[in-house]
Design a protein around this ligand. Sequence first.
Ligand code: FAD
Length: 482
Amino acid sequence: MKVLVIGAGVVGALAARELVRYGLEVTIVERMPDPGMGVTRANSAIVHAGYDDPPGTLRAELCSLGNALFEKVCEELDVEFKRVGSLVVAFDERELKRLEELLRQGGKNKVPKLCVVERQRLLEMEPRLNSKAVAALFAPTAGITEPWMLAIAAVENAVANGAKFMPNTEVVGFEVAKGRIRRVITTAGAIEADLVVNAAGLHADEVAALAGVQHPPIHPRKGEYILIDKAAGKIVHRVIFPTPTERSKGVLVLPTVDDGTLLGPNAVDLERNRKHDLRTTAQGLREVQEKSLQLVPELPFHRTIRTFAGLRPETPQKDFYISAETDPWGFINLGGMRSPGLTAAPAIAEYLVEYLLPERLNIRLSENKGFNPKHHRIEHPAGDTARKWDAMIEKDPSWGRIVCVCNEVTEAEIREAIRRGAKTLDGIKFRTRAMFGRCQGGFCATRVLKILSEELGIPLEKLEKSVNGSWILNGPVRGDLP
Ligand SMILES: Cc1cc2nc3c(=O)[nH]c(=O)nc-3n(C[C@H](O)[C@H](O)[C@H](O)COP(=O)(O)OP(=O)(O)OC[C@H]3O[C@@H](n4cnc5c(N)ncnc54)[C@H](O)[C@@H]3O)c2cc1C
């Protein structure tokens, strides 16, 4: 049976990998040059514990299940995951009451080890927290990860097990006859498919409409962030939330997997036609600064290395929109993936093969015994012993040539990222962490460009940062790049 997965964000990528595990013939189409470059690229990267989703919703059920699956999926795919825990901080009696509600809700959602910690213990746990805090809800099972790497690794693993990945390919229509999808029309031609999995993130409503399928309208809710360099040292050890409101979980202070500190996001609703508006704003960043200072009163903003924005795919229902359609038969929606979509993604992939396909579409599946769940990240010798690194250099001197000084990324790592499919600066950045550090590419981007140009045989001025048309140079380079 042929399945076409539309969208290689974390939801589509993990779903595709699960479908391959069950022996289906899978093609993944992605309109960007790489997996994980949509909503998955810019979010808080938290694996939520699961206490703040209303019991009985798909969000609550799949968040708890997804959290429990995270260790295994990240271990198999060799992706960073740290169960650092989270704290929801209360500053007065009213907020304390809300913590108690969240504690009860967490119990209903079967969140393990949830408890309220009093002020003294809290300040021992997080010495830089605002000392006016009165208590916090502690969820030891919350964690942090690298969402984009999860999507990249899942696609690479699906491909290693037989799936086909088509980057730079956009779905633009469907041929439907006698209640079934016959062909999916893409910018790279028509593709035959028996089943279609719509995991198109912010655009899932538009993709569903192309097939004549219902999907609640999606509007983007922007969240802006400030990233502080790891040189500032550890500011907090856990994910620190304020007490949440109806609209959002609030502006947080949290560690990143590579020891930086992330502040944000705010929440600003945009019109439906602004699904590409990833601009940060002075007002939004000021709001992030002010609100994060309420949690941690001293923050080294002078160590800021990047600001960025992400867009949440919001629907009026506020729940995930997951459906297996029978008209046209075999059209599956994995839409409305607001937070905690990242956390839930491994559970959504299981829900697809264990419930939607067998129970809703009556498709019998059996596990492909030859499926190899293991994926290996690109080696990063700077994290190894000097002896191991020396041995690697002996075999290939490019392991000894550091291109990105901030994160000590070697030329060999960059060449390997290109071999694995990176065609843009961001493709390399998100696979290797080159240009991810303090200089944000200020010093190394030209060297990365040179390697990219050499490996792909593409002139420098044709190379792009990320999406189509995001050229870096506006004409031929005279002389040599530094
Ligand atoms: C500010 C913010 C903070 C968040 N924080 C968290 C958090 O801490 N924890 C958590 O669990 N969740 C969080 N989330 C939610 C989480 O990021 C998303 O639920 C998740 O990334 C959604 O993944 P996806 O695969 O559905 O969407 P995407 O990553 O957007 O993937 C969809 C893909 O489909 C592609 N596509 C679209 N249309 C087409 C087409 N016509 N043809 C081909 N391809 C197409 C897109 O290019 C895209 O790559 C947050 C989200 C935001 C924005």
